[in-house]
Design a binder for this molecule. Structure first.
Ligand code: HEM
Length: 263
């Protein structure tokens, strides 16, 4: 199943152009949804205004080299390894889901645009597609069932769903239905595979069509905010926060004494 390219069989019932059009429409959904979200929340205006204000209280002027070094370090740590989640399960689950999704999306685009119309794809690309979907499921279901704050700290049951769950659930639905579709197709269960193809299609519509209402855009905002925070740290403006205490940043074991389970 891992080496099976589900889009090759799909091209037998839907034209390659129609599938490509669908992908372009999903990219447009991301751009429109994120732009509307920025207009509505005014978060980017706030972000730049705050950065400008903080610059006035900078203690040092950062050279281009120093700025580049700060940005590269942020990309390598804060962004590539989601370091703000600290060490532990939460970070591991996020990294699994994040890289899984990136692999799944990249492989989908390559299979749909480069290997359509009867051109056979090298086996590593369908493998990348399946592994990406599996990683998304492992990280996402781990988060959904065990790590979500509502469940792990507030004692809500795992099946309680709120609007904020739209992103993670739609993402999981895409990966799960995509895998089921591919599995059924490669096992020759064509009829049932169509059902999961429709579910996969609908899950994608919800994931990309719901960008405005979901947490999808955090994948663009979080890197921007991390770069700004680290630059503010390096130039001493500290986002207009008070100067650090004249003591080492050690909070003792007290901070670990109680797990956040207030119910
Ligand atoms: C393809 C890229 C990404 C995907 C698929 C992804 C996926 C997710 C998902 C599914 C969640 C759980 C959402 C929820 O609370 O319901 C999440 C939360 C989060 N993401 Fe991402 N993310 C991506 C990129 C990023 C990046 C680049 C950063 C930081 C630089 C980031 C930081 C976070 C943080 C801090 C949380 C909150 C985690 C928690 O509550 O445990 N994400 N992400």
């Amino acid at each position: 199943m891992l080496t099976h390219n589900p889009f090759a069989d799909l091209a037998l019932i839907i034209s390659a152009q129609a599938i490509q059009f669908f992908v372009i429409a999903m990219i447009l959904f991301i751009i429109i949804g994120t732009s509307l979200d920025m207009l509505h929340k005014k978060n980017v205006i706030y972000f730049f205004r705050n950065a400008k204000k903080a610059k006035k209280s900078a203690k040092t002027e950062l050279s281009t080299g120093k700025k580049t070094a700060v940005i590269l370090k942020t990309v390598a740590s804060d962004i590539a390894t989601t370091s703000e989640l600290g060490f532990g399960k939460r970070r591991l689950a996020h990294v699994l889901g994040m890289y899984g999704t990136i692999l799944f999306w990249i492989a989908s685009v390559i299979l749909i645009f480069k290997y359509s119309e009867g051109v056979e794809a090298p086996t590593y690309i369908p493998i990348m597609w399946h592994i990406g979907a599996i990683m998304t499921c492992v990280g996402g279901y781990w988060f959904w069932f065990f790590l979500r704050v509502d469940v792990s700290a507030e004692a809500h049951p795992w099946y309680r769903i709120i609007t904020a769950d739209l992103f993670v659930l739609a993402l999981l639905a895409c990966a799960t239905f995509g895998l089921a579709w591919s599995f059924l197709q490669s096992s020759g269960m064509t009829g049932l595979s169509y059902l999961f193809l429709i579910l996969f299609f609908l899950a994608n519509l919800v994931l990309f069509g719901g960008v405005y209402w979901s947490k999808f855009a955090h994948m663009f905002y979080k890197p921007g905010a991390a770069i700004q925070k680290n630059l503010a740290e390096a130039d001493g403006s500290r986002d207009n926060l008070p100067p650090p205490a004249d003591a080492p940043e050690q909070f003792g074991l007290g901070i670990k004494r109680e797990q956040p389970k207030h119910y």
